[in-house]
Design a protein around this ligand. Structure first.
Ligand code: FAD
Length: 382
Protein backbone atom coordinates (compact mmCIF):
# COMPACT_ATOMS: atom_id res chain seq x y z
CA UNK A 1 0.00 0.00 0.00
CA UNK A 2 1.42 3.39 -0.99
CA UNK A 3 1.12 6.31 1.44
CA UNK A 4 0.71 9.94 0.32
CA UNK A 5 0.31 13.28 2.06
CA UNK A 6 -2.52 14.19 -0.36
CA UNK A 7 -4.88 12.21 -2.55
CA UNK A 8 -6.79 14.31 -5.06
CA UNK A 9 -9.99 12.89 -6.52
CA UNK A 10 -10.60 14.33 -9.97
CA UNK A 11 -7.84 15.16 -12.45
CA UNK A 12 -9.30 18.18 -14.22
CA UNK A 13 -8.18 21.80 -14.04
CA UNK A 14 -9.09 21.99 -10.33
CA UNK A 15 -7.41 18.74 -9.25
CA UNK A 16 -4.30 19.07 -11.44
CA UNK A 17 -3.71 22.67 -10.33
CA UNK A 18 -4.05 21.61 -6.68
CA UNK A 19 -1.60 18.76 -7.27
CA UNK A 20 0.89 21.22 -8.76
CA UNK A 21 0.92 23.63 -5.80
CA UNK A 22 0.98 20.90 -3.14
CA UNK A 23 3.82 19.08 -4.90
CA UNK A 24 5.70 22.38 -5.23
CA UNK A 25 5.51 22.70 -1.44
CA UNK A 26 7.21 19.31 -1.06
CA UNK A 27 4.11 17.18 -0.41
CA UNK A 28 3.67 13.70 -1.86
CA UNK A 29 0.58 13.75 -4.07
CA UNK A 30 -1.52 11.15 -5.89
CA UNK A 31 -4.39 11.90 -8.26
CA UNK A 32 -7.18 9.54 -9.25
CA UNK A 33 -9.73 9.89 -12.02
CA UNK A 34 -12.11 7.40 -13.58
CA UNK A 35 -11.53 8.92 -17.03
CA UNK A 36 -7.85 9.84 -17.06
CA UNK A 37 -6.13 13.22 -16.84
CA UNK A 38 -8.42 15.95 -18.22
CA UNK A 39 -11.02 13.33 -19.13
CA UNK A 40 -13.95 15.39 -17.81
CA UNK A 41 -15.01 18.96 -18.60
CA UNK A 42 -11.38 20.05 -18.66
CA UNK A 43 -10.62 18.05 -21.79
CA UNK A 44 -13.62 19.60 -23.55
CA UNK A 45 -12.75 23.22 -22.78
CA UNK A 46 -11.88 25.70 -25.56
CA UNK A 47 -9.87 26.71 -23.61
CA UNK A 48 -10.25 30.47 -23.72
CA UNK A 49 -8.94 32.78 -21.03
CA UNK A 50 -10.43 36.24 -21.27
CA UNK A 51 -11.35 39.14 -19.01
CA UNK A 52 -14.83 39.84 -17.71
CA UNK A 53 -15.54 43.49 -18.45
CA UNK A 54 -18.28 45.66 -16.95
CA UNK A 55 -18.45 47.91 -13.92
CA UNK A 56 -16.22 46.56 -11.15
CA UNK A 57 -17.94 44.15 -8.72
CA UNK A 58 -16.87 41.24 -6.51
CA UNK A 59 -17.42 38.65 -9.22
CA UNK A 60 -15.65 40.30 -12.13
CA UNK A 61 -12.78 41.38 -9.83
CA UNK A 62 -12.36 37.73 -8.86
CA UNK A 63 -12.38 36.65 -12.51
CA UNK A 64 -9.96 39.36 -13.61
CA UNK A 65 -7.53 38.77 -10.71
CA UNK A 66 -7.64 35.05 -11.49
CA UNK A 67 -7.01 35.76 -15.17
CA UNK A 68 -3.90 37.86 -14.44
CA UNK A 69 -2.52 35.20 -12.12
CA UNK A 70 -3.34 32.15 -14.24
CA UNK A 71 -2.22 33.57 -17.58
CA UNK A 72 1.22 34.48 -16.19
CA UNK A 73 1.34 31.10 -14.48
CA UNK A 74 0.61 29.11 -17.69
CA UNK A 75 3.09 31.16 -19.69
CA UNK A 76 5.79 30.23 -17.22
CA UNK A 77 4.65 26.60 -16.85
CA UNK A 78 4.33 25.68 -20.53
CA UNK A 79 4.71 28.61 -22.95
CA UNK A 80 4.22 26.39 -26.00
CA UNK A 81 0.67 25.56 -24.83
CA UNK A 82 -0.40 29.22 -24.57
CA UNK A 83 -1.40 31.52 -27.44
CA UNK A 84 -1.74 34.99 -26.00
CA UNK A 85 -3.08 37.05 -28.88
CA UNK A 86 -5.90 38.89 -27.11
CA UNK A 87 -9.66 38.82 -27.64
CA UNK A 88 -12.11 40.99 -29.53
CA UNK A 89 -15.37 41.21 -27.58
CA UNK A 90 -18.40 42.00 -29.67
CA UNK A 91 -21.51 43.31 -27.90
CA UNK A 92 -24.24 40.70 -27.29
CA UNK A 93 -27.32 40.28 -25.08
CA UNK A 94 -25.20 40.01 -21.92
CA UNK A 95 -22.74 42.72 -22.85
CA UNK A 96 -24.08 45.78 -24.59
CA UNK A 97 -21.79 48.64 -25.62
CA UNK A 98 -22.21 50.43 -22.27
CA UNK A 99 -21.29 47.43 -20.20
CA UNK A 100 -18.26 46.67 -22.35
CA UNK A 101 -16.93 50.19 -22.12
CA UNK A 102 -17.52 50.52 -18.34
CA UNK A 103 -14.49 48.86 -16.90
CA UNK A 104 -11.10 49.38 -15.47
CA UNK A 105 -9.42 46.96 -17.86
CA UNK A 106 -7.46 48.52 -20.69
CA UNK A 107 -9.05 48.03 -24.11
CA UNK A 108 -9.01 49.39 -27.67
CA UNK A 109 -12.16 50.02 -29.65
CA UNK A 110 -12.00 48.42 -33.15
CA UNK A 111 -14.56 49.65 -35.67
CA UNK A 112 -15.45 47.57 -38.73
CA UNK A 113 -13.03 49.48 -40.96
CA UNK A 114 -10.12 48.73 -38.67
CA UNK A 115 -11.17 45.08 -38.54
CA UNK A 116 -11.37 44.90 -42.35
CA UNK A 117 -7.87 46.36 -42.55
CA UNK A 118 -6.71 43.49 -40.33
CA UNK A 119 -8.60 40.79 -42.28
CA UNK A 120 -11.02 41.13 -45.16
CA UNK A 121 -12.86 38.09 -43.77
CA UNK A 122 -14.33 39.97 -40.80
CA UNK A 123 -18.07 40.56 -41.14
CA UNK A 124 -19.58 43.99 -40.46
CA UNK A 125 -18.81 43.91 -36.74
CA UNK A 126 -17.13 46.16 -34.23
CA UNK A 127 -15.87 45.46 -30.76
CA UNK A 128 -13.52 45.98 -27.85
CA UNK A 129 -10.07 44.46 -27.99
CA UNK A 130 -8.46 43.18 -24.78
CA UNK A 131 -4.80 42.26 -24.92
CA UNK A 132 -4.74 40.10 -21.82
CA UNK A 133 -6.50 37.06 -23.27
CA UNK A 134 -5.39 33.72 -24.64
CA UNK A 135 -6.33 30.28 -25.77
CA UNK A 136 -4.48 27.35 -24.19
CA UNK A 137 -4.09 23.62 -24.76
CA UNK A 138 -5.99 22.21 -21.77
CA UNK A 139 -4.82 18.60 -21.95
CA UNK A 140 -1.13 19.49 -22.33
CA UNK A 141 -1.47 21.92 -19.42
CA UNK A 142 -3.15 19.36 -17.13
CA UNK A 143 -0.48 16.77 -17.93
CA UNK A 144 2.30 19.22 -17.18
CA UNK A 145 0.66 20.28 -13.89
CA UNK A 146 0.79 16.72 -12.59
CA UNK A 147 4.50 16.10 -13.24
CA UNK A 148 6.04 14.62 -10.10
CA UNK A 149 2.68 13.31 -8.83
CA UNK A 150 1.37 9.74 -9.20
CA UNK A 151 -1.76 9.15 -11.25
CA UNK A 152 -4.17 6.20 -10.89
CA UNK A 153 -7.09 5.56 -13.22
CA UNK A 154 -9.79 4.54 -10.81
CA UNK A 155 -13.47 5.14 -10.04
CA UNK A 156 -13.67 5.95 -6.33
CA UNK A 157 -16.94 4.68 -4.85
CA UNK A 158 -16.46 5.60 -1.21
CA UNK A 159 -14.04 7.19 1.25
CA UNK A 160 -12.95 5.11 4.21
CA UNK A 161 -11.25 6.97 7.09
CA UNK A 162 -9.36 4.84 9.61
CA UNK A 163 -6.62 5.60 12.15
CA UNK A 164 -5.90 9.02 10.69
CA UNK A 165 -5.74 7.89 7.05
CA UNK A 166 -8.10 7.74 4.11
CA UNK A 167 -7.94 4.43 2.30
CA UNK A 168 -8.89 4.19 -1.35
CA UNK A 169 -8.11 0.80 -2.85
CA UNK A 170 -4.37 0.33 -2.26
CA UNK A 171 -3.70 4.03 -1.63
CA UNK A 172 -3.43 5.53 1.84
CA UNK A 173 -3.49 9.31 2.27
CA UNK A 174 -3.49 11.68 5.22
CA UNK A 175 -5.54 14.27 3.36
CA UNK A 176 -8.09 14.27 0.56
CA UNK A 177 -8.99 17.00 -1.89
CA UNK A 178 -12.27 16.53 -3.72
CA UNK A 179 -12.08 18.07 -7.21
CA UNK A 180 -14.96 16.14 -8.68
CA UNK A 181 -16.62 18.65 -11.01
CA UNK A 182 -20.23 17.65 -11.73
CA UNK A 183 -19.95 14.10 -10.31
CA UNK A 184 -21.81 13.19 -7.13
CA UNK A 185 -19.74 14.21 -4.15
CA UNK A 186 -18.14 11.42 -2.11
CA UNK A 187 -19.30 13.13 1.11
CA UNK A 188 -22.55 14.91 1.94
CA UNK A 189 -22.26 18.62 1.17
CA UNK A 190 -25.91 19.74 1.19
CA UNK A 191 -25.01 23.45 1.14
CA UNK A 192 -23.16 23.17 -2.19
CA UNK A 193 -25.67 22.26 -4.86
CA UNK A 194 -23.78 21.66 -8.08
CA UNK A 195 -25.77 21.90 -11.28
CA UNK A 196 -24.24 20.89 -14.59
CA UNK A 197 -24.25 23.05 -17.68
CA UNK A 198 -23.45 20.85 -20.64
CA UNK A 199 -21.51 22.17 -23.57
CA UNK A 200 -20.15 21.24 -26.94
CA UNK A 201 -17.17 22.72 -28.76
CA UNK A 202 -15.61 21.93 -32.12
CA UNK A 203 -12.15 22.12 -33.60
CA UNK A 204 -12.14 23.09 -37.26
CA UNK A 205 -9.67 23.46 -40.09
CA UNK A 206 -9.89 26.53 -42.30
CA UNK A 207 -7.62 28.35 -44.72
CA UNK A 208 -8.58 31.66 -43.05
CA UNK A 209 -6.08 33.18 -40.64
CA UNK A 210 -7.83 34.44 -37.50
CA UNK A 211 -5.60 37.12 -35.94
CA UNK A 212 -6.95 36.95 -32.38
CA UNK A 213 -9.73 35.30 -30.38
CA UNK A 214 -13.21 36.63 -31.06
CA UNK A 215 -16.04 36.43 -28.55
CA UNK A 216 -19.73 37.22 -28.85
CA UNK A 217 -22.13 34.61 -27.46
CA UNK A 218 -19.58 32.01 -28.60
CA UNK A 219 -15.83 32.20 -29.05
CA UNK A 220 -13.61 31.57 -32.07
CA UNK A 221 -9.95 31.05 -31.34
CA UNK A 222 -6.97 32.31 -33.23
CA UNK A 223 -5.20 29.55 -35.21
CA UNK A 224 -3.59 27.15 -32.73
CA UNK A 225 -0.15 25.53 -33.16
CA UNK A 226 -1.56 22.77 -35.37
CA UNK A 227 -3.44 25.37 -37.45
CA UNK A 228 -6.90 24.41 -36.19
CA UNK A 229 -9.39 26.81 -34.64
CA UNK A 230 -11.59 26.13 -31.60
CA UNK A 231 -15.20 27.24 -31.75
CA UNK A 232 -17.31 26.98 -28.61
CA UNK A 233 -19.25 26.46 -26.73
CA UNK A 234 -22.94 25.67 -26.41
CA UNK A 235 -24.71 25.94 -23.03
CA UNK A 236 -27.39 23.48 -22.03
CA UNK A 237 -28.59 23.50 -18.45
CA UNK A 238 -29.67 20.29 -16.81
CA UNK A 239 -31.87 20.81 -13.81
CA UNK A 240 -32.96 17.28 -13.14
CA UNK A 241 -31.57 16.86 -9.63
CA UNK A 242 -32.44 13.17 -9.59
CA UNK A 243 -30.32 12.28 -12.58
CA UNK A 244 -26.86 10.98 -11.85
CA UNK A 245 -24.87 13.32 -14.05
CA UNK A 246 -21.46 11.87 -14.68
CA UNK A 247 -19.25 13.61 -17.16
CA UNK A 248 -19.60 10.82 -19.69
CA UNK A 249 -23.07 9.68 -18.64
CA UNK A 250 -24.58 7.84 -21.58
CA UNK A 251 -28.06 8.01 -20.07
CA UNK A 252 -28.09 11.76 -20.34
CA UNK A 253 -30.00 13.19 -23.28
CA UNK A 254 -27.17 15.61 -24.01
CA UNK A 255 -24.79 12.77 -24.81
CA UNK A 256 -27.28 10.54 -26.57
CA UNK A 257 -28.85 12.99 -28.97
CA UNK A 258 -27.16 13.94 -32.23
CA UNK A 259 -24.62 16.74 -32.37
CA UNK A 260 -25.57 18.13 -35.78
CA UNK A 261 -27.87 20.84 -34.51
CA UNK A 262 -25.40 22.15 -31.95
CA UNK A 263 -22.49 22.07 -34.40
CA UNK A 264 -24.61 23.87 -37.01
CA UNK A 265 -25.58 26.53 -34.49
CA UNK A 266 -21.93 27.10 -33.47
CA UNK A 267 -20.77 27.40 -37.07
CA UNK A 268 -23.62 29.77 -37.91
CA UNK A 269 -22.74 32.04 -35.00
CA UNK A 270 -19.07 31.92 -36.00
CA UNK A 271 -19.94 32.85 -39.57
CA UNK A 272 -21.71 35.98 -38.35
CA UNK A 273 -18.34 37.18 -36.99
CA UNK A 274 -15.79 36.08 -39.57
CA UNK A 275 -15.93 34.16 -42.83
CA UNK A 276 -14.01 30.91 -42.36
CA UNK A 277 -13.04 29.60 -45.78
CA UNK A 278 -12.70 25.88 -46.66
CA UNK A 279 -14.12 24.97 -43.29
CA UNK A 280 -13.94 21.39 -42.07
CA UNK A 281 -14.94 20.11 -38.63
CA UNK A 282 -12.17 17.88 -37.31
CA UNK A 283 -13.27 17.04 -33.78
CA UNK A 284 -16.26 17.47 -31.46
CA UNK A 285 -15.79 17.71 -27.68
CA UNK A 286 -18.49 17.51 -24.99
CA UNK A 287 -18.49 18.08 -21.28
CA UNK A 288 -20.40 19.44 -18.30
CA UNK A 289 -19.41 22.55 -16.37
CA UNK A 290 -20.06 22.48 -12.61
CA UNK A 291 -21.78 25.60 -11.28
CA UNK A 292 -23.64 26.77 -8.21
CA UNK A 293 -26.43 29.33 -8.24
CA UNK A 294 -24.21 32.34 -7.53
CA UNK A 295 -21.62 31.28 -10.17
CA UNK A 296 -18.82 31.74 -7.62
CA UNK A 297 -16.33 28.87 -7.33
CA UNK A 298 -15.95 27.18 -3.94
CA UNK A 299 -12.83 26.07 -2.04
CA UNK A 300 -11.90 25.11 1.50
CA UNK A 301 -12.27 22.62 4.32
CA UNK A 302 -15.50 20.66 4.09
CA UNK A 303 -17.92 21.57 6.87
CA UNK A 304 -19.96 18.66 8.23
CA UNK A 305 -23.42 20.22 8.01
CA UNK A 306 -25.36 17.92 10.35
CA UNK A 307 -22.73 17.80 13.11
CA UNK A 308 -22.15 21.55 13.00
CA UNK A 309 -25.86 22.29 13.40
CA UNK A 310 -26.17 19.70 16.16
CA UNK A 311 -23.27 21.31 18.02
CA UNK A 312 -24.44 24.90 17.43
CA UNK A 313 -28.23 24.87 16.90
CA UNK A 314 -28.33 28.61 17.61
CA UNK A 315 -26.76 29.21 14.17
CA UNK A 316 -30.31 28.78 12.85
CA UNK A 317 -31.39 31.81 14.91
CA UNK A 318 -28.60 33.90 13.47
CA UNK A 319 -26.06 33.48 16.28
CA UNK A 320 -22.61 34.12 14.89
CA UNK A 321 -20.45 31.05 15.45
CA UNK A 322 -16.88 31.51 14.20
CA UNK A 323 -15.92 29.32 11.28
CA UNK A 324 -13.15 27.59 13.25
CA UNK A 325 -15.74 26.33 15.77
CA UNK A 326 -17.74 24.43 13.15
CA UNK A 327 -17.38 20.68 12.69
CA UNK A 328 -15.35 19.49 9.72
CA UNK A 329 -14.72 16.17 8.02
CA UNK A 330 -11.15 15.28 8.99
CA UNK A 331 -8.46 16.48 6.57
CA UNK A 332 -10.94 16.86 3.73
CA UNK A 333 -10.95 19.83 1.34
CA UNK A 334 -12.71 20.72 -1.87
CA UNK A 335 -12.25 22.84 -4.97
CA UNK A 336 -15.24 22.96 -7.29
CA UNK A 337 -17.88 24.99 -9.15
CA UNK A 338 -15.37 26.52 -11.54
CA UNK A 339 -18.21 27.03 -14.04
CA UNK A 340 -17.32 28.27 -17.52
CA UNK A 341 -13.94 29.59 -16.43
CA UNK A 342 -12.22 26.48 -15.16
CA UNK A 343 -8.85 27.35 -16.62
CA UNK A 344 -9.03 30.96 -15.48
CA UNK A 345 -9.86 29.90 -11.92
CA UNK A 346 -7.87 26.62 -11.62
CA UNK A 347 -4.32 27.77 -10.70
CA UNK A 348 -5.54 30.91 -8.89
CA UNK A 349 -7.85 28.98 -6.57
CA UNK A 350 -5.48 26.04 -6.10
CA UNK A 351 -2.77 28.46 -4.97
CA UNK A 352 -5.13 30.05 -2.41
CA UNK A 353 -6.31 26.64 -1.21
CA UNK A 354 -2.75 25.32 -0.81
CA UNK A 355 -1.71 28.40 1.19
CA UNK A 356 -4.77 27.95 3.36
CA UNK A 357 -4.10 24.27 4.01
CA UNK A 358 -0.36 24.53 4.59
CA UNK A 359 0.08 28.04 5.98
CA UNK A 360 -3.35 28.83 7.36
CA UNK A 361 -3.75 31.85 5.08
CA UNK A 362 -7.39 32.94 4.87
CA UNK A 363 -9.75 32.11 2.02
CA UNK A 364 -11.79 35.08 0.77
CA UNK A 365 -15.28 34.76 2.19
CA UNK A 366 -17.06 34.87 -1.16
CA UNK A 367 -15.42 31.63 -2.36
CA UNK A 368 -15.34 29.75 0.95
CA UNK A 369 -17.25 26.62 1.92
CA UNK A 370 -18.16 28.50 5.14
CA UNK A 371 -20.17 31.11 3.25
CA UNK A 372 -22.40 28.46 1.67
CA UNK A 373 -22.73 26.60 4.97
CA UNK A 374 -23.95 29.68 6.90
CA UNK A 375 -26.30 30.65 4.10
CA UNK A 376 -28.10 27.32 4.20
CA UNK A 377 -27.90 26.85 7.99
CA UNK A 378 -29.49 30.24 8.71
CA UNK A 379 -32.29 29.58 6.27
CA UNK A 380 -32.99 26.07 7.51
CA UNK A 381 -35.23 27.18 10.38
CA UNK A 382 -37.68 29.07 8.23
C1 FAD B 1 -17.66 22.60 -23.88
C2 FAD B 1 -16.96 23.34 -22.78
C3 FAD B 1 -16.19 24.46 -23.08
C4 FAD B 1 -15.51 25.15 -22.05
N1 FAD B 1 -14.74 26.23 -22.38
C5 FAD B 1 -13.98 26.81 -21.43
C6 FAD B 1 -13.10 27.87 -21.77
O1 FAD B 1 -13.01 28.29 -22.92
N2 FAD B 1 -12.36 28.43 -20.76
C7 FAD B 1 -12.42 27.98 -19.48
O2 FAD B 1 -11.69 28.50 -18.62
N3 FAD B 1 -13.28 26.99 -19.13
C8 FAD B 1 -14.06 26.41 -20.07
N4 FAD B 1 -14.93 25.42 -19.73
C9 FAD B 1 -15.12 25.11 -18.31
C10 FAD B 1 -14.02 24.21 -17.79
O3 FAD B 1 -13.84 23.14 -18.68
C11 FAD B 1 -14.42 23.70 -16.42
O4 FAD B 1 -14.73 24.74 -15.55
C12 FAD B 1 -13.26 22.94 -15.78
O5 FAD B 1 -12.81 21.97 -16.68
C13 FAD B 1 -13.68 22.31 -14.49
O6 FAD B 1 -12.60 21.59 -14.00
P1 FAD B 1 -12.82 20.57 -12.83
O7 FAD B 1 -11.49 20.01 -12.54
O8 FAD B 1 -13.58 21.21 -11.73
O9 FAD B 1 -13.82 19.47 -13.43
P2 FAD B 1 -13.56 18.29 -14.46
O10 FAD B 1 -12.60 18.67 -15.51
O11 FAD B 1 -14.90 17.79 -14.89
O12 FAD B 1 -12.84 17.20 -13.57
C14 FAD B 1 -13.49 16.44 -12.59
C15 FAD B 1 -12.97 15.03 -12.72
O13 FAD B 1 -13.32 14.29 -11.58
C16 FAD B 1 -13.45 12.95 -11.95
N5 FAD B 1 -14.20 12.28 -10.88
C17 FAD B 1 -15.28 12.74 -10.20
N6 FAD B 1 -15.67 11.89 -9.26
C18 FAD B 1 -14.84 10.84 -9.33
C19 FAD B 1 -14.74 9.62 -8.60
N7 FAD B 1 -15.62 9.31 -7.64
N8 FAD B 1 -13.75 8.74 -8.94
C20 FAD B 1 -12.87 9.03 -9.93
N9 FAD B 1 -12.92 10.18 -10.65
C21 FAD B 1 -13.88 11.06 -10.36
C22 FAD B 1 -14.18 13.04 -13.29
O14 FAD B 1 -13.95 11.87 -14.06
C23 FAD B 1 -13.56 14.28 -13.91
O15 FAD B 1 -12.52 13.96 -14.81
C24 FAD B 1 -15.63 24.71 -20.72
C25 FAD B 1 -16.40 23.59 -20.42
C26 FAD B 1 -17.06 22.91 -21.43
C27 FAD B 1 -17.87 21.72 -21.08
Amino acid sequence: MKIYDYLIIGAGSAGCSSAYFLHKEGKSVALVDREGIAGGASGAAGAFLSPLPGQKNIYNSLVNNALDFSLDFYQELLPEAVDKKGVLRVANDNFDEDKLSQNSIKYDYFDSKKLHDISKNFREIEGYFYENAAVIEPIQICNKLTKGCDFYKMDVKELVYKDGFYIVDNIKAKNIILAQGVSSSLVEIPYMKISPIFGLRVDVKSTTKVPFNIHKAISISTNKQDGTLSIGATHERHDSAKMECLTTCDKCSFYVKGDDEQVKSLLKQADELIKLENLEVVKIYKGARATIKSYFPVIGKIVDYESSLKKHPSIQNGTKIPQEDLEYYPNLHLINALGSRGFVFGPYLANILTKNILHNEPIPQEISTGKLFYKMARKSKF
